[in-house]
Design a protein around this ligand. Structure first.
Ligand code: SAM
Length: 378
């Protein structure tokens, strides 16, 4: 394997040289630096003591956590032996001190405790019952094969960071795969990214309850063809009940673009999409804290991170949105600038905002007919 050295945040990382990232023996995707930046910010705000990067590849994520956040102990695990060897090299490249390597485990005891393992992530997480304050799942595709074990490896008041890159599944291009993996009926079309994100969170809500746990969403977003969710676990059967109570369905009329959400454990009529999470996608204080940290931090994609957080700060936290290009097309109207529509809706007394999910989407408590009226009036 030939390597090159890249810098990301405060880390120096050896990554395999390859024509295409998916051909490399160990995976490194520079586009995901944005995802890792936001995760670094999350750990700076949440200050976990022990963190697990369960699917680590080059170790870049865990190494950044150790270099850029107050975390005390970081575990970096990968089932691929070549990835394990590279994590060990990358730890040596970034930290002083003797690294003790014993078969499939390497430990560095320094200011921070760094541990690299070469195991199946589910096995590792089951051996570390309720050990971690923060568990990070950043898999190829769906996190579902690792979800249940992560819910046991994390402390009862801990945090989870979950990535899903199987957007085709969650957004309905592969309906059967969504039924199978997420036990949910996906919605195709203009709302698919938000419903995909909500199906992912909804699946966690349905898995977590059996442990008498619930959660609050700290921040959930869609970007660059992946979903990412930060959750704060809440302890107790009551919290589990409250979490399940935020599940529901959406009904969507492809012809008119009208959507309706139903907050219920089972749908009351045919044609429902879901189950999906109808609760919050952000905690305002947490997003504000991420934004403040982002201003101070040395990040790989600082400008993009700040832009995203600025949009999210101003985003109305209600389920779903109106895609203006589609509203205009269906009603044979001209598309207008989203900011103009937001302003006009606010002038009429509605709440309205842009959304990070689509550059031409509008979140509002107004109905479709109000949005059409506004578009017609401009
Ligand atoms: N988190 C990494 C980052 O930020 O660069 C990228 C991880 S990559 C998308 C997914 C990794 O999961 C691969 O390196 C793969 O070898 C590893 N993997 C797949 N199945 C696994 C399993 N059952 N247990 C542990 N690692 C696994």
């Amino acid at each position: 394997m030939e390597f090159k050295e890249v810098r990301e945040g405060k880390a120096k990382i050896l990554v395999p040289k390859a024509e295409r990232i998916y051909d490399a023996p160990v995976f490194y995707n520079p586009v995901m630096a944005f995802n890792r930046d936001l995760s670094v910010l999350a750990l700076r705000v949440l200050e976990p003591k022990e963190a697990l990067d369960a699917l680590s590849a080059t170790g870049v994520r865990g190494i950044r956590y150790a270099l850029e956040t107050p975390v005390r102990e970081v575990w970096m695990n990968d089932i691929n032996p070549e990835a394990f060897n590279l994590i060990v090299e990358n730890i040596k490249l970034n930290f002083d001190g003797a690294l003790e390597v014993k078969e499939k485990k390497a430990i560095l005891e320094g200011d921070k405790r760094l541990i690299s393992t070469n195991k199946d992530a589910n096995l590792l997480m089951d051996e570390a019952f309720r050990y971690f304050d923060f568990v990070d799942l950043d898999p190829f595709g769906s996190p579902m094969p690792f979800l249940d074990a992560s819910l046991r490896a994390v402390k009862r008041k801990g945090f989870l960071g979950i990535t899903a890159t199987d957007t085709g599944v969650l957004c309905g291009a592969y309906k059967n795969a969504c039924l199978r993996k997420y036990n949910a009926r996906p919605l195709r079309g203009e709302l698919c990214h938000e419903t995909g994100l909500r199906i992912l969170i909804g699946a966690v809500a349905r898995y977590i309850g059996k442990y008498d746990l619930g959660f609050r969403v700290l921040f959930a977003y869609y970007k660059d063809h992946y979903f990412r969710v930060f959750l704060k676990l809440e302890d107790g059967a009551k919290k589990g009940d409250e979490t399940v109570e935020k599940l529901g369905y959406v009904y969507f009329d492809q012809k008119t673009g009208k959507f309706e959400v139903e907050n219920a454990f089972l749908p009351s009529r045919k044609g429902a999409y879901g189950p999906l999470w109808l609760g919050e996608l952000k905690d305002e204080k947490f997003v504000e804290a991420l934004y403040n940290e982002a201003q101070k931090a040395e990040l790989a994609k600082k400008r993009k991170v700040l832009e995203c957080l600025e949009r999210v700060r101003g985003e109305l936290d209600v389920p779903l949105f109106y895609e203006l290009s589609m509203v205009a097309k269906r009603n044979k109207l001209e598309v207008r600038k989203p900011d103009l529509i937001v302003e006009a809706l606010e002038e009429r007394g509605f709440l309205a905002s842009r959304t990070h999910i689509s550059p031409t989407g509008i979140k509002t408590n107004a109905g479709l007919s109000d949005v059409v009226d506004v578009l017609r009036s401009l």
